[in-house]
Design a protein around this ligand. Structure first.
Ligand code: SF4
Length: 369
């Protein structure tokens, strides 16, 4: 068994099934201005992996080669510095290498997706061995074990016929590639976890996509902490209240839809409320927050201080927001000023908004959007 497999086995051995949590471990309340657990409270100083309330770590699946494990067909790896050195300080990785774990070993013959009469097959490049059934069987089985891994996201290696999420090359009989495929393991993963934040490492080089993915990971983690045994409608109301401005920055329609859902929660079964809330919430966050929507939210926040600030301070705040809208400063600049006023004037409702800090500040994601 190589090191990648040993690491995966170790992690599996320490996992705790989500469904086995008997009582609510975390509070989403703790006062009107407390944030839901695990969303925006994590600090590098507390332990880097868990939030300051001592919650479970945020666990994220990852293609093992991105961790630096030598599992690629040629015995190499594709270690990703942001994932391992920066984001990795705040999450616990669950590495998976479908090709090694399904028994193909390292090094191995390279493989690719090929379109044939009856669909797309996974074939080795030189000898043409059909690995489709082996990989599909492994993927179904491995994905079923991930149900117990308490995952809040997954980062996949782009372009791989096993792990690639989008635009993986599919070759025709003449060896001509066309982009539009999906790796077999990736397909099984998104099929089994349609709401899980899943992204490729290549797309995470884009600051907006990176910010969006990390936001969704911590938000999904918050939802998993919310909907554990014993949750109440009051918990949902508090969670929703804390995420209002975050939702507004992503998807105003989802913001309104979820508001109606929570207001009418009493008419729904608990199961129905949970299902509909999670689906609509994650669909809303999946929409990228635009500069215009961020500007709207910033102006909304500024409105809380119009009777508290003197004229010069109000002008400075308005100018800072305008500079952000015009692309002269990143989002972190107006947000830092607003956070300062939230603290100074002790505005409880705003202090509880995850929008002000949806992920650990050490990631510095809002310095680039
Ligand atoms: S892309 Fe996936 S299958 Fe290929 S080496 Fe990386 S983890 Fe393994």
């Amino acid at each position: 068994m190589n090191e990648a497999l040993r690491r995966a086995a170790r992690l599996r051995g320490t996992s705790r099934p989500f469904g086995s949590i008997a009582t609510k471990e975390t509070s989403t309340a703790g006062g009107d201005n407390a944030r839901p657990c695990c969303t925006g409270r994590m600090t590098a100083a507390s332990s880097d992996l868990v939030d300051d309330a001592g919650c479970r770590p945020t666990r994220v699946g990852i293609s093992a080669c991105l961790m630096g494990d030598a599992v690629r067909f040629d015995g190499g790896h594709k270690r990703d510095a942001f994932l391992t050195e920066t984001f990795g300080r705040f999450v616990e990785w669950v590495p998976v290498c479908p090709e090694v774990e399904c028994g193909l070993g390292t090094p191995r013959e390279s493989m690719r997706l090929v379109r044939v009469e009856n669909g797309v097959r996974l074939l080795t490049v030189r000898s043409g061995v059909d690995l489709t059934a082996q990989m599909e069987h492994f993927s179904r089985s491995r994905v079923s074990t991930l149900v117990g891994e308490d995952l809040s996201g997954f980062v996949l290696k782009k372009d791989s016929p096993s792990c690639g999420l989008e635009r993986v090359k599919i070759y025709d009989r003449h060896g001509t590639p066309a982009r539009g495929g999906r790796g077999l393991f990736a397909a099984a993963l998104v099929d089994a976890f349609p709401l899980l934040p899943v992204e490729e490492e290549g797309r995470l080089a884009d600051p907006r996509l990176r910010d969006n993915f990390v936001e969704r990971v911590f938000a999904y983690r918050g939802l998993r902490s919310l909907f554990v045994a014993g949750w109440t409608v009051g918990d949902v109301v508090r969670f929703h209240t804390a995420h209002k401005l975050l939702l507004l920055a992503h998807a105003p329609e989802a913001y309104r839809q979820l508001g109606r859902l929570v207001a009418g929660a009493g008419a729904l079964s608990r199961r129905e409320l949970e299902r509909r809330y999670i689906e609509a919430f994650m669909a809303g966050l999946a929409q990228l927050a635009t500069t215009r929507r961020h500007t709207n939210v910033l102006q909304h926040l500024a409105g809380y201080f119009k009777d508290r600030l003197d004229a010069a301070s109000k002008r400075e705040l308005a100018d800072t927001i305008a500079d952000y809208r015009r692309g002269l400063v990143p989002l972190v600049v107006p947000l830092t000023l607003l956070r300062h006023y939230v603290r100074r004037f002790d505005v409880a409702y705003l202090a509880g908004q995850t929008y002000l800090q949806p992920h650990p500040k050490e990631l510095m994601l809002r310095n680039h959007v």
